[in-house]
Ligand binder design. Structure first.
Ligand code: NDP
Length: 284
């Protein structure tokens, strides 16, 4: 069965929208997301447009900061510092990748952890791994929501995550562990990947290479979540999983597009609302 990421993301956005409407009705301040984009990478541009459009749908205000490719790291840091100190801004997102002359690590660390709606600040990463309340990264949060939407319980299941990046693989694995799955993280040096995958009740693929998982690697009935976004030779978007062969074996599978992508944006808005709530408590 197909997992409809668009429908699931709409549920999350509608929940946020209802809560924003409630704020508006009671005359409270409205949450605000600041999005910074540096340079004119077309993929980044399209991601940012999607985020701004989704924010508008929920009623969350957004501010966009378009900086030139030649912007220095110091200039970018000073924009972040201003937004950190602006109590009308709840979330700050710096669209990645940044131009090569800017250190992503320094920039991400400059964002106030309680406004770090991407969940990339070392303090949020540490809190996630310590099991403390935090802003967790959006794509991994979306992956969990998609698995939950199938009605398949994560607890006690064997989960395999392919990919060990800081933004997807590792945090997905930690969230699955928090839901009491038995988790294995696979990567480019993993031996016997196909056999490992065949043991997975839940298979999350975040590699960035089309055809990484084919139907013969999927356990019958498994939940398969395809995080990959790749552009095929014909310009179409494809995931990391060979959808047709995997779908005939899996119990549940996400398509690309229309799977994890929309959920990532929905979880960004959910995180922005959470950051708002944290800030309001802080201010009171
Ligand atoms: P990275 O390139 O940071 O990580 C890729 C991971 O895949 C690495 O851990 C790498 O292993 C592993 N890998 C590479 N080749 C193989 C292989 N042949 N077998 C097994 N593992 C392999 O990518 P990201 O985590 O940032 O992104 C992964 C994919 O997800 C990309 O397509 C990206 O576009 C997409 N993405 C989608 C999002 C969404 O909203 N849908 C959000 C973020 C990312 P090693 O560590 O050993 O090098």
């Amino acid at each position: 069965m197909n997992i409809d990421g668009k429908a699931e993301s709409l549920k999350i956005k509608d929940e946020v929208r209802a809560r924003v409407e409630e704020l508006r009705a009671t005359g409270r301040r409205i949450p605000c997301l600041a999005v910074i984009i540096v340079g004119n990478n077309p993929a980044s541009r399209s991601y940012v447009n999607g985020k701004i459009k989704a924010a508008a749908y929920t009623g969350i205000e957004s501010r966009e900061y378009e900086l030139q490719e030649s912007t220095s790291e110091d200039e970018l840091l000073s924009v972040i510092s201003e937004l950190n100190g602006d109590s009308s801004v709840d979330g700050i997102l710096v669209q990645l990748p940044l131009p090569g002359h800017i250190s992503e690590a320094r920039v991400l660390e400059a964002i106030l952890p309680q406004k770090d709606v991407d969940g990339f600040h070392p303090q949020n990463v540490a809190r996630l791994w310590l099991g403390q309340d935090c802003l967790a990264p959006c794509t991994p949060l979306g992956v969990i929501k998609l698995i939950e939407s199938t009605g398949v319980s994560i607890e006690g299941k064997r989960a395999v995550v392919i990919g060990r990046s800081d933004i997807v693989g590792k945090p997905v694995a930690k969230l699955l562990l928090d839901h009491n799955a038995t988790v294995t993280i696979a990567h480019s040096r993993t031996a016997g990947l196909a056999a490992l995958c065949r043991e997975a009740d839940i298979l999350v693929v975040a590699v960035g290479r089309p055809g990484t998982v084919t139907g013969d690697m999927v356990k019958p009935g498994a939940v398969v979540i395809d995080v990959g976004i790749n552009r095929g030779a014909d310009g179409r978007l494809v995931g990391d999983v060979d959808y047709d062969s995997a779908a005939s074996v899996a119990g549940w599978i996400t398509p690309v597009p229309g799977g994890v992508g929309p959920m990532t944006i929905a979880m960004l808005l959910s995180n922005t609302f959470k950051a708002y709530e944290m800030q309001e408590k802080f201010v009171d």
